[in-house]
Design a protein around this ligand. Structure first.
Ligand SMILES: [Zn+2]
Ligand SMILES: [Zn+2]
Length: 280
């Protein structure tokens, strides 16, 4: 078996709705990884979590880990509409970093309670657990996960997932503002991408083109050009660009993808609803 990736959504900042958003999708960031030994790992819980729940529902019920890069609403709001939280045969372990403004337990227990949501997390029938992402990483079955703090307002973690069962690896880096990096940030992030060998796939925040990024310095996101330069430096050939700007419709994203492929033939833009095989 392989490491497989499902894109629930990779829209940035807020959902995008309408006929111009069919191809790349309008749901905010949420990805599902299914490991070679059937491990289930969700990365962030934007509104894309609703289609991930549809993919999980027919699978054997059991434990799912939801790992958070950070707690901005576009990465969290899908938690309010996950039907599997109301099914006792499922259990969810929420894992994420702790920043100056709080960690995973504070963020989620605040959101899944009044005044933001009518049903408290305590009333949900699935088993829900919270854990701080520990220094040195975690394991989900044969998936080994390590972290790297990256520049973003309030903080954000990038993660690398290595599947011990099949040898495939992926780096997930959203939200990240590469132009705000220090030399130490750069060295740490490149090490995450390269060690022990260049990851098979880099999934990264390419909210802007280089021109727009200059106007939004400090907003927390990178440009496509930055992302492709990082991948080249890290020796990663396959890059999936995401955190699409909410105003960028299919036509704009098709043009962005054509431009990205000219710079790097292994680049493409994430499309919601896609299943991809990582590595081998
Ligand atoms: Zn975001
Ligand atoms: Zn953010």
């Amino acid at each position: 078996m392989n490491l497989r990736l499902f894109i629930g959504g990779m829209r940035g900042s807020r959902p995008a709705i309408g006929s111009g958003f069919d191809e790349f999708g309008g749901d905010t960031t949420s990805l599902l990884l299914v490991g070679s030994r059937d491990e289930r790992l969700i990365l962030d819980a934007g509104t894309g979590l609703r289609t991930i729940a549809d993919e999980l529902a027919p699978m054997e019920p059991g434990e799912v880990t939801i790992l958070f890069s950070h707690y901005h609403l576009d990465h969290l709001v899908g938690l309010v509409m996950n039907p599997l939280f109301y099914r006792s045969e499922w259990s969810f372990r929420f894992v994420g970093p702790t920043f100056a403004d709080g960690g995973v337990r504070e963020a989620i227990t605040k959101l899944l309670a009044q005044p933001y949501w009518p049903i408290s997390w305590k009333q949900m029938t699935a088993k829900l657990e919270f854990a701080k992402f520990p220094v040195g990483g975690i394991a989900v079955g044969g998936l080994r996960i390590r972290e790297c703090p990256v520049p973003h307002p309030g903080g954000s973690f990038a993660y690398r997932v290595d599947d011990a069962g099949c040898g495939a690896s992926m780096v997930f880096a959203t939200d990240i503002e590469w132009k705000q990096r220090t030399p130490a940030n750069e060295a740490a992030f490149l090490a995450l991408c390269r060690e022990p060998s260049p990851a098979d796939l880099l999934v990264i925040d390419a909210h802007f083109g280089d021109v727009d990024q200059k106007a939004f310095a400090g907003w927390g996101h990178s440009s496509r050009e930055d992302c492709l330069a990082i991948a080249a430096k890290a020796g990663i050939g396959r890059v999936l660009l995401g955190h699409h700007a909410p105003e960028a419709d299919d036509e704009k994203l098709q043009a962005a993808e054509r431009q990205a492929k000219q710079l790097s033939p292994g680049a493409s833009l994430a499309r919601a609803g896609q299943w991809l095989t990582v590595g081998g």
